[in-house]
Every structure is written in C-alpha cells, then in structure tokens.
Design a binder for this molecule. Structure first.
Ligand SMILES: O=C(O)CCC(=O)C(=O)O
Ligand SMILES: [Fe+2]
Length: 205
C-alpha cells in the first residue's frame, strides 16, 4: 500500500469555503481503539432515539446517549435529554481529543449504528443550546463508514471515511453553511460507535 495514502495533514481544511473541517486520522492504535469500542458498547446507557417526524413520534433503531460536565438539558428533533455524568473512559477520551485538537468540550452525544442500514440524515449541529461556532469533535470506533458534507446553498459536496480511532473536527461557520450525514450502506454489516464532543452554552438556557 502507498504509505502516503495513510498520512494526512490535520491543518488542511477539507471544506472549500464557509467552514473548517480538519481530519486527524487515527489518534490511537488499533488495539486500543478495539478496547474502547467494547467498553463503550458495554458501559454506555444506550437508548433507542426518539424523534418527532411529520408530527409522529418515531423510535429509531440507532441508539444514542448523552453525557456531560453537568446535568445539561439538550433539545433536538423535538426531544429533550438530560446529560449523564462522564464515565471513566469518556473522560479519558475527552482529554485525548482535547489535547490533540487544542479545543475544549463539556458534553458528548454518542451514537451506536448496529450496521450499515442505520444512518443519520442530512443535518447541521447548530441547536440553540450549543455555543455558536463552537468546535465539534467526532471520534469514531468500529466499522469504517463514509461521512459527507453538503453546502446548504451551492450543494457542493465533500466526503471522507472515518475508520476506528479516527478524529474529525468541525469548527468555525461549518454548521451555519454545511449539512453533514452518515449515509446508509449495504457494504457494512458490523457496528460503529461515534462520539461527538460539543460545548453547551448554559448561559443560553
Ligand atoms: O455518526 C456520525 O459520524 C455523525 C453523528 C452526527 O452527526 C451527530 O451526532 O450529530
Ligand atoms: Fe451531526
């Protein structure tokens, strides 16, 4: 395999304009990423997500969990959750992500996709409780899945794969101007866990 294809430059902006996305590649070795995957599978309070879509309450197969520094309430898709206190491993991962990226976070939304049929539709993470233009750190474990961006006005797209142990940072105006999604795929039969570290601005609520 070409050695250079494994290298990446975290200072390179993957977006052409109106936002900043930096990809750090894998920030831990495979063995450690596997260990975290298993610990997160077993220790997180996973719950099927609920959303109100066209006025109907639906329960998704994807599972979610919400952790933070304090019992922050967090609202999205017409549902509100209260953050659970950090587990030991989530705090370790938060520290690793913070020291790698130079950003800081006070909460984390976790998603568990059991296989490639489970996905997340186009959206941006600009809920009113989040710090405006705050960085969002996405740390992935398990199955290698594609992640895509689409500009809200020009519809221009960008995509990359997020393998186990990899870190992606979205910051600046990204959430104002770009949507992102995790597309469904028939090629993946194994689970993936994604952690998005965020900053809740509690002065707003
Ligand atoms: O699973 C992912 O990589 C994306 C998750 C996401 O966009 C979100 O939780 O807001
Ligand atoms: Fe998101």
């Amino acid at each position: 395999m070409d050695l250079f294809s494994q290298l990446n430059d975290p200072t390179e902006n993957l977006l052409p304009y109106q936002g900043m996305v930096n990809y750090y590649g894998s920030i831990m070795d495979h063995k450690l990423a596997d260990q975290y995957f298993q610990i997160l599978m077993d220790s997180i309070a996973w719950q099927n997500d609920q959303a109100i879509i066209f006025g109907k309450l639906i329960t998704t197969k994807r599972e979610v969990a919400w952790y933070g520094d304090r019992n922050f309430p967090y609202s999205y898709s017409n549902t509100t959750k209260t953050a659970l206190p950090w587990t030991k491993e989530l705090l370790e991962l938060k520290t690793l992500v913070e020291s790698t990226s130079g950003e800081s976070f006070n909460s984390c939304l976790l998603n568990l996709y059991h296989d490639g049929s489970q996905s997340m539709a186009w959206h941006s993470d600009a809920e009113k409780d989040l710090k405006k233009n705050g960085a969002i750190a996405s740390l992935s474990f398990g199955a290698n899945r594609k992640f895509a961006f689409k500009h809200k006005a020009t519809k221009e797209k960008r995509a990359l794969y997020l393998p186990s142990g990899s870190l992606l940072i979205m910051k600046g105006e990204t959430q104002q101007h770009w949507l992102h999604r995790l597309p469904p795929t028939k090629k993946v039969q194994t689970p993936r866990i994604n952690l998005t570290f965020r900053t809740i601005d509690s002065s707003k609520s």
